[in-house]
Design a binder for this molecule. Structure first.
Ligand SMILES: [Zn+2]
Length: 283
């Protein structure tokens, strides 16, 4: 199943994310464009598919439009309404991700939730999310295998090792979108890491901004870090990267903290002790 999910991601076909963070391959027989339409549920296979949330591009755009319309009226009173919106959503979050723990602070909240990734396997992913109520402060989250070992460094931010599952500016997820959608995106990131661990290559499209990062982390048969949906790194940007001044590239990448990414001490301590999470704003 994991291999099939990776093959689909290489073709830019997004798998389905169900409750508990269980990921399943997309049904190739269902045309992508119709996935996510309410009246199409009857056509989907049995096997609990009504609980799955399609993660295709078509459905994502649809969801965004609906939510943007719902929140636009309140956009001028951002901070309090964002806090209310997140808190209102918590019941739905604990239905989609059972066992989710929440710590509320004055200026934000922490979520600790678990994704199964695949049915009946030993590896799951725990996501620790720092969600500020101020939309100008970026949400940061960290992934841990079975709630312990940090998931990284591939596709994590520099230098704090937080999850980099999408470009914050590209509209994939906005602070006015749902937390469940964010957790689904993290779940997909987790399943890609599981694929990386299992098959030693990253599945699907990816963005890696630094030449040194591409040379040291990308495999030649992965889709290129320039974001190409078709070309493999070995035949796309790698020859160019090899011609650059590699020492200068390495110095730059290391000085930005790219080579030593890891979660902040306060996050590591909280994950091992599970007592009181650090202040989101201080962190
Ligand atoms: Zn390229």
């Amino acid at each position: 199943m994991l291999f099939e999910i990776g093959q689909q991601l290489d073709q830019n076909i997004f798998p389905l994310v169900g409750n508990g963070g269980i990921v399943m391959p997309s049904e190739a027989a269902i045309p992508l464009i119709t996935l996510g339409e309410e009246n199409d549920h009857a056509k989907q296979p049995r096997q609990n598919r009504s609980k799955t949330r399609p993660r295709t591009r078509a459905s994502r755009r649809k969801g965004e439009t609906r939510e943007q319309r719902a929140t636009s009226a309140a956009s001028s009173i951002i901070c309090t309404s964002l806090q209310d919106k997140y808190i209102e959503e918590l019941d739905a979050v604990s239905e989609a991700y059972p066992g989710t723990q929440v710590w509320q602070q004055q200026k934000g909240m922490w979520l600790l939730c678990q994704s199964a990734l695949l049915p009946n396997i030993m590896h799951n992913a725990t996501f620790l999310c720092a969600i500020p109520f101020d939309p100008t402060i970026r949400i940061r989250s960290w992934g841990f295998w079975n709630g312990r070992a940090w998931i990284g460094p591939r596709h994590t931010n520099m230098p704090d090792g937080s999850i980099c599952a999408f470009e914050p500016s590209d509209g994939t997820w906005m602070p006015t979108d749902s937390i469940i959608k964010l957790l689904d995106i993290y779940t997909l990131w987790g399943v890609r890491h599981l694929y990386l661990v299992t098959f030693n290559r990253w599945p699907g499209a990816q963005v890696a901004h630094y030449a040194y990062e591409r040379l040291t982390e990308l495999k030649e048969d992965e889709l290129c870090g320039c974001g190409s949906l078709k070309k493999r790194y070995g035949e796309c940007c790698r020859p160019k990267d090899l011609k650059r001044n590699r020492i200068a590239d390495a110095v730059k990448f290391i000085s930005l903290g790219g080579a030593s990414r890891k979660p902040p001490e306060a996050v590591i301590r909280f994950i091992s002790e599970r007592d009181n999470p650090p202040s989101i704003i201080d962190l």
